[in-house]
Design a protein around this ligand. Structure first.
Ligand code: OOG
Ligand code: MG
Length: 255
């Protein structure tokens, strides 16, 4: 087993068993390219168990998130069908190490997208948008990590909830978002926080995947990144993201 395979197994097992682990970089030296190799190898383990890739998530596309976690480089991670949570469903927190939620804009691609593209070209490939909540869960103790650690851990991907898909508006650069917990607004933001315009996040996804020989496929989802800081999930609560013009997406946590 190579070091990449060994570290991929470590993060995959931590995710599968919802067990916190020390940051990989404490005992191992690896760079960003290696981190994406570990990430992909850990996803291949999921695929071998029957999961399917349904898209990607972008991380640290907003300053609020970058500041909260102390990492200021844009990253990506893979989304699989097993991470999808139905709109309005309930999740049990035992399945996670220390889950958090963040309000996002999701897009669905009508066409594949590859390499360096402009935000306009990226938007041309998008066919629908939906309000979303990403459920992130770092497998690292205390939800703390360095850039390479978080990438190796599939950029904390662990769940996503999607509202109703609707035709893409021509302008998504300033849609107001409210993260609501049990009826109280906990965080407010705008899609403007996402690289100034979430279309740029879609373009960046295509560019970053190309560095490692991949492309965004038609039918895939892109989570464009949290518009506000993430909030820690508590038992027995209802979480909603209310997005201007697009409506609401919600889920509950069980007791
Ligand atoms: C990493 C993932 C960041 C976002 O939307 O910025 C992310 C993390 O914060 O654990 O998903
Ligand atoms: Mg996110």
């Amino acid at each position: 087993m190579t070091d990449i395979e060994r570290l991929a197994e470590t993060v995959d097992t931590a995710a599968k068993t919802a067990t916190a682990i020390p940051q990989l970089s404490i005992a191992n030296t690896f760079d960003v390219d290696d981190a994406y190799r570990i990430q992909l190898t850990s996803i291949e383990r999921r695929l071998a168990r029957g999961e399917k890739i349904v898209g990607v998530k972008m991380g640290f596309t907003s300053e609020a998130k970058a500041r909260q976690m102390g990492v200021d480089e844009v990253i990506y991670g893979w989304l699989t069908d097993a991470m999808h949570v139905d709109n309005g469903a309930s999740i049990a927190l035992e399945a996670f190490v220390h889950a958090r939620a963040e309000p996002e804009l999701a897009v669905r691609l009508g066409k594949s997208l590859e390499g360096e593209v402009t935000p306009e070209e990226a938007w041309d490939a998008v066919d629908s948008v939906a309000p979303a909540v990403e459920i992130i869960d770092s497998r690292y103790e205390q939800f703390r990590f360095s850039l390479v650690d978080v990438i190796a851990d599939n950029s904390s991907s662990s769940g996503f909830v999607l509202g109703e898909w609707q035709d893409k508006p021509s302008d998504v650069s300033d849609l107001a978002m409210q993260l609501v917990v049990d009826g109280d607004i906990i965080a407010e933001g705008s899609t403007q926080a996402v690289l100034g315009d979430p279309r740029k996040s879609v373009a960046k996804a295509a560019e970053m995947l190309a560095r490692y020989g991949s492309k965004l496929e038609a039918g895939w989802i892109v989570l464009t990144g949290g518009a506000t800081a993430a909030i820690a999930l508590q038992p027995a609560t209802r979480i909603e993201n209310i997005v201007a013009d697009l409506g609401t997406v919600s889920f509950n946590t069980t007791k």
